[in-house]
Design a protein around this ligand. Structure first.
Ligand code: ZN
Ligand code: ZN
Length: 292
């Protein structure tokens, strides 16, 4: 684009950083991010920061990513920035770093956290203890999560989706990183997101209460529990195999629209039993006709 004399704006920068992250191009990403303001006149936003941290962390530059988050004040790192570091720490076997960072993130008043974020952090914590072979603490955290989600004053049950593959039931919550194939699942979600964008899919962001930008909302929506279960089903079964899911809550309108499109793009029948009814998605259309 530069060679063609096309002006690179904030969106182009976001796309380029994202591409670097998914191709392991750390030097290119560093170059882009550091020179964004001086060379391209683009003010780095949280989305750029998060993509860059994601790129460093995926490429195992975990020290650099952590130091970078600590010294960055504009844009201000948020919970997604820290999550972008924590997830890859586990893939790279750096449980000690996660153990050190988690209390700090939990206790920081500067980092705003929603109920879902806290569950996500707890799951990461449980996961770390599993990685270290400390099954007692792993179990204790899961028990606490179950208690919290049913306890008094907890009006909100976390959404959970189940999918059966080869006789084994796999369960997911939003932003889940607990599954052993987590990395592949998120890679598949990224591919799906790209395909859906190309097909003109517009996520409906009205149903997300978080106080974040539209881009971030879209990203959050993409990681609802049923999306993770669908992505897992797609990478775990041969082409054409129908996917059977169960969800404890009503499917949200965005996931409903996304699932319909995925059934068409990937040529898969997807059957979802949610809290209200069965949805049979086939070739872009759901049997419920949009009423559920
Ligand atoms: Zn959803
Ligand atoms: Zn439906």
């Amino acid at each position: 684009m530069e060679e063609e004399g096309i002006h690179l704006d904030a969106k182009a920068m976001g796309a380029a950083l994202n591409a670097c992250s998914h191709s392991g191009l750390v030097d290119e990403a560093r170059n882009l991010y550091v020179n964004m303001r001086s060379r391209y006149g683009v003010e780095p936003g949280t989305i750029h920061l998060n993509s860059f941290v994601d790129c460093l962390s995926r490429a195992k530059c975990l020290d650099e990513a952590e130091q970078f988050i600590r010294k960055t004040t504009i844009p201000k790192p948020d919970i997604i920035t820290w999550m972008a570091l924590l997830g890859p720490c586990r893939w790279h076997g750096d449980e000690e770093r996660v153990k050190r960072l988690l209390p700090e993130i939990f206790n920081s008043k500067d980092i705003q956290k929603t109920h879902d974020d806290i569950i996500g952090l707890k799951l990461i914590e449980a996961n770390v203890y599993a990685g270290l072979g400390d099954w007692d603490r792993h179990q204790a955290i899961h028990q606490q999560l179950t208690r919290d989600s049913h306890g008094p004053g907890r009006q909100k049950v976390p959404g959970r989706a189940w999918i059966e593959v080869d006789g084994t039931v796999n369960s997911f919550i939003a932003h889940d990183v607990l599954h052993p194939r987590s990395k592949e699942i998120y890679a598949e979600l990224d591919r799906l997101e790209e395909e859906m964008q190309r097909a003109g899919f517009q996520p409906d962001t009205r149903f997300v209460a978080h106080n974040v930008s539209d881009t971030e909302k879209k990203r959050l929506l993409c990681h609802h529990s049923e999306k993770l279960a669908i992505a897992f089903g797609l990478i775990s079964t041969p082409d054409g195999t129908p996917l059977l899911l169960t969800k404890n809550l009503r499917v949200c309108p965005n996931c409903h629209a996304a699932t319909a499109l995925i059934s068409k793009l990937r040529n898969r029948e997807i059957i979802v039993r949610d809290a209200n009814r069965f949805h049979h998605f086939k070739n872009g259309i759901c049997s419920c006709g949009g009423y559920w």
